[in-house]
Design a protein around this ligand. Structure first.
Ligand SMILES: [Zn+2]
Length: 193
C-alpha cells in the first residue's frame, strides 16, 4: 500500500476512528515501513499531549469553581451572622444587655467579612503559607478593631463576663481558624505553591 494513503489514514488511526479493515491495513503497513512508523510515533505523541492539555483545562475549571464556592460560602455565612446579630441587637431593649449581640455575633462576623477582601489580593502574597497566615492575622486584626469600636461605642454598658461575650470570643476563634484553613485550601485550589 502507498505510504501517502497510510499517512492520510494515520490521524484516524491514532484517534482510533478508522474502520477495523483500515486499521488492520495501517497496522500491517506500519510493521514493515520505518518512515510511516516514525510519522505515527510523532502523531501519537502530539495527540497525547493534546489530550493531557484538555484534561488539565477541565481540572483547572473544577478547582476554580471549588475555590469560589469556598469564598462564597464564607462570605454568605459571615453576612448571615451579621444580619442575625443586627436583628437581635435591634430587638433588644436598651439597658444592661446593650451591645451584647454586637459582641457575640456582629463584631466577629464583620471582622471575618472585611478580612475576606484579602482573598482578592492573593497574587500579592509570596506563597500559600504567607497567604493563609495573612488571612488569619487580618481576620484577628479586624475582629480586635471591632471589639475596640464596641468598647468605645457601648461605653460602660457592655456586661463583661456575660456568656454572650464568651460566645463572641469563641466565634472569633472559630473565624480565625476557618480563615487560616479555608484560605489555604483556596490557594491550593488556585494552584498556589
Ligand atoms: Zn509507509
Amino acid at each position: 500500500m502507498d505510504c501517502n494513503v497510510i499517512k492520510d489514514l494515520l490521524p484516524l488511526y491514532v484517534d482510533d476512528c478508522c474502520s477495523e479493515e483500515s486499521g488492520k491495513l495501517v497496522a500491517a503497513h506500519l510493521d514493515g515501513c520505518e518512515s510511516c512508523r516514525r510519522a505515527y510515533g510523532q502523531m501519537k505523541k502530539m495527540f497525547q499531549r493534546h489530550e493531557e492539555a484538555v484534561s488539565q483545562v477541565s481540572l483547572r475549571r473544577v478547582s476554580d469553581w471549588k475555590a469560589s464556592l469556598i469564598q462564597s460560602v464564607l462570605l454568605f455565612v459571615s453576612f448571615a451572622i451579621v444580619a442575625i446579630g443586627v436583628v437581635l441587637e435591634g430587638n433588644t431593649p436598651a439597658g444592661a444587655t446593650n451591645g451584647l449581640w454586637a459582641a457575640a455575633l456582629i463584631v466577629p462576623a464583620t471582622g471575618n467579612l472585611l478580612s475576606l477582601a484579602n482573598w482578592f489580593f492573593i497574587r500579592v502574597y509570596r506563597n500559600r503559607k504567607s497567604f493563609s497566615y495573612g488571612c488569619m492575622v487580618s481576620t484577628l486584626a479586624m475582629i480586635l478593631l471591632g471589639y475596640g469600636w464596641a468598647v468605645v461605642h457601648y461605653a460602660g454598658q457592655l456586661a463583661v463576663g456575660s456568656p454572650l461575650i464568651w460566645a463572641g470570643i469563641g466565634l472569633s476563634a472559630v473565624f480565625c481558624v476557618l480563615s487560616k484553613v479555608l484560605s489555604n485550601q483556596y490557594a491550593l485550589l488556585l494552584g498556589r505553591e
